[in-house]
Design a protein around this ligand. Structure first.
Ligand code: HEM
Length: 439
C-alpha cells in the first residue's frame, strides 16, 4: 500500500502537485482516506486540498472569501462567475423560477421517450457517448429548454468545449501549454458560434411570441372580457408550445429588475452548457460502475423494472459517490482565509490561493455516513455533493436528478446489456467513446 504522505513529504517541492494529481486521477479513494486521517488539509505549492466533510462545507459556505474567480475568464457574463452579488442572486432566482419543479414528471417522461427512441433505433448496438449520453440531454435542451432550430451535434460541441475549458483547463489540471491553448482556442471558436446562434434564436422566438401575444389580444377583444381574464390569469397558450425559452420571452420584467432580452439569451446559453457534458459523464460512469459489478447490476435491473423508481434512483446516486463527475470543486481565495480555526488542522490559505474542496472525500467521511466505504443506496441526500453545495449549487439539479437515473434505467432495462471495453476518455477528463450492446 502506498504511504502517500511519506512519499509526498520526501518529494521535491516542484514535484509535489504532480504526485497529488496522479493519485487523484488513479487512486482517489485510498488517497483521500489517508488525507482525511493524516493530513485533512493538505497544502501543496499549487493548491490546498480540503478533505473532511465539515471543512468542505465551511469553505463552500463562504463564497466571497473562497470565490469562483477562476470561472471569470471563461464565462464572465454568466451567473456562475459571480459571488454573492446582486447579479448572481437576481439571475439565479429568476432562472430557478423558470425551471419550475412542477415540470419534473413531464421532464422524466420526455427523457424516457427520447432515451427509449434512441435505444430502439440502435438495434442492439450503440456507441453510447455520442449516440446516447450526449444526445439525450441535447434533445432535452432542444425540446424542454427550447434551444430549437440547430443541429444537435453543434449543441453538443458547444457544450463540450465550454465545459472542457471551464472545469478541466485550470492551473491544477495536467495539460501541456499546447493542449491548454488548443482548448482555449476551441472554446473561443465555439463560443462565437453559440453567440451567433443565440442572437438568431432570440430574434426568431421573440417574433413568434409577439405574434402570439398580438393574436391573443385580438382574440380577447373579440370574445370579450372572459377571454381577457383567462389570458391575464395565465391561460396556457395553444399556438406555441411551452418550453423555457418561450416562457422567458412570454414573461415581462420591469426595467428595474434588469432582466432584458440579452439576459434571456445568455441564460438560454447557460442552460445548454450546463446540461450536456455533465449528464453525459454521470450517466456513462454510473452505467460502467454497474456493468463492472454483475451482482449490483442484477439488483439495479430488478429495481429498474418497478414502477416506483425511487430505489433505482438511489442506486444510481450511490454509484456516483464512487465515480463522481469530478472529485472536487475549486475556488480561489479573495483574502487570507483560515479553515478549521481552533482545531489541530487549522490552516491559513494566503490571498489568491487555490483550494480544492474534495467533495468526493467528504462523501466518504464517517462524519457524513455510517460505513462510508460500503455501497449502500438511499443515503442522506444532504451529505451528497453531486450537484455542488451552497451559493453555487447547480441550477439544473432537479432536472439532472431525474434525467441521469432515467437515462441509466432505460439502458439497464435492455436484456443482455454489456460493454465492449471500458469508457474511452481519449486522454482527457470527459468520456468520448463507450461501446455497448444488448440482445
Ligand atoms: C440539467 C441541466 C443542468 C443545468 C442547466 C446546469 C446548470 C448549472 C449552473 C448554471 C450552475 C452554476 C450555479 C451557480 O453558480 O450558482 C451549475 C453548477 C453546478 N452543476 Fe449543474 N447544470 C445541469 C446539470 C448538472 C449535472 C447533471 C451535474 C452533475 C452530475 C451538475 C453539476 C453541477 C455542479 C457540481 C455545480 C457546482 C459548481 C461549483 O460549485 O463550482 N450539473 N449547474
Amino acid at each position: 500500500m502506498t504511504d502517500y504522505l511519506a512519499e509526498l513529504d520526501a518529494a521535491a517541492e516542484a514535484d509535489k502537485f504532480a504526485l497529488v494529481r496522479r493519485w487523484i486521477d488513479a487512486e482517489p479513494l485510498p488517497f483521500f482516506k489517508a488525507l482525511r486521517a493524516q493530513r485533512p488539509i493538505l497544502v501543496t505549492p499549487t493548491a490546498t486540498l480540503v478533505t473532511r466533510l465539515d471543512d468542505c462545507i465551511e469553505v463552500l459556505n463562504q463564497p466571497k472569501v473562497f470565490t469562483v474567480k477562476l470561472y471569470d475568464p471563461k464565462m464572465s457574463e454568466f451567473l456562475m462567475s459571480h459571488d454573492g452579488d446582486a447579479f448572481h442572486t437576481r439571475e439565479k432566482s429568476i432562472m430557478q423560477g423558470f425551471l419550475n419543479r412542477d415540470d419534473l414528471d413531464d421532464v422524466r417522461r420526455m427523457v424516457r421517450n427520447i432515451a427509449a427512441d434512441l435505444i430502439a433505433r440502435a438495434n442492439g448496438q450503440l456507441e453510447a457517448i455520442n449516440g446516447y449520453t450526449r444526445r439525450v440531454p441535447a434533445t432535452l435542451v432542444r425540446d424542454y429548454f427550447g434551444l430549437t432550430g440547430e443541429d444537435l451535434d453543434n449543441l453538443i460541441e458547444w457544450s463540450y468545449w465550454n465545459q472542457a475549458d471551464t472545469f478541466y483547463n485550470q492551473p491544477f489540471d495536467d495539460h501541456s501549454d499546447e493542449e491548454r491553448q488548443h482548448i482555449i482556442d476551441e472554446h473561443a471558436r465555439t463560443s462565437g458560434a453559440l453567440g451567433k446562434y443565440i442572437v438568431e434564436l432570440m430574434a426568431r422566438r421573440l417574433l413568434a411570441v409577439k405574434a402570439e401575444q398580438a393574436r391573443n389580444l385580438l382574440f380577447a377583444a373579440w370574445y370579450g372580457m372572459l377571454k381577457l381574464i383567462r389570458l391575464l390569469t395565465g391561460r396556457k397558450n395553444d399556438t406555441l408550445s411551452d418550453d423555457i425559452v418561450t416562457r422567458m420571452l412570454r414573461s415581462h420584467f420591469a426595467d428595474a429588475v434588469d432582466f432584458d432580452l440579452k439576459r434571456v439569451g445568455v441564460n438560454a446559453g447557460g442552460l445548454l452548457i450546463g446540461a450536456i457534458e455533465t449528464t453525459s459523464q454521470a450517466v456513462a460512469q454510473s452505467l460502467q460502475y454497474l456493468l463492472d459489478r454483475p451482482e449490483l447490476m442484477a439488483q439495479a435491473r430488478a429495481a429498474a423494472a418497478r414502477d416506483d423508481v425511487s430505489e433505482f434512483d438511489a442506486i444510481v446516486f450511490e454509484t456516483l459517490r464512487f465515480v463522481p463527475i469530478s472529485p472536487y470543486l475549486f475556488r480561489e481565495t479573495s483574502q487570507a482565509a483560515t479553515i478549521a480555526r481552533g482545531t489541530d488542522r487549522e490552516t491559513t490559505v494566503p490571498a489568491g490561493g487555490y483550494v480544492l474542496i474534495v467533495t468526493q472525500s467528504a462523501m466518504f467521511d464517517p462524519r457524513a455516513f455510517d460505513k462510508p466505504d460500503e455501497f449502500n443506496p438511499g443515503r442522506n441526500w444532504y451529505h451528497q455533493f453531486h450537484f455542488g453545495y451552497g451559493a453555487h449549487e447547480c441550477l439544473g439539479r432537479y432536472v439532472g436528478a431525474v434525467m441521469i437515473p432515467e437515462m441509466v434505467r432505460q439502458l439497464v432495462l435492455q436484456t443482455g446489456l454489456k460493454a465492449d471495453g471500458g469508457i474511452d476518455y481519449e486522454g482527457g477528463h470527459l468520456p468520448q467513446k463507450y461501446a455497448l450492446s444488448w440482445s
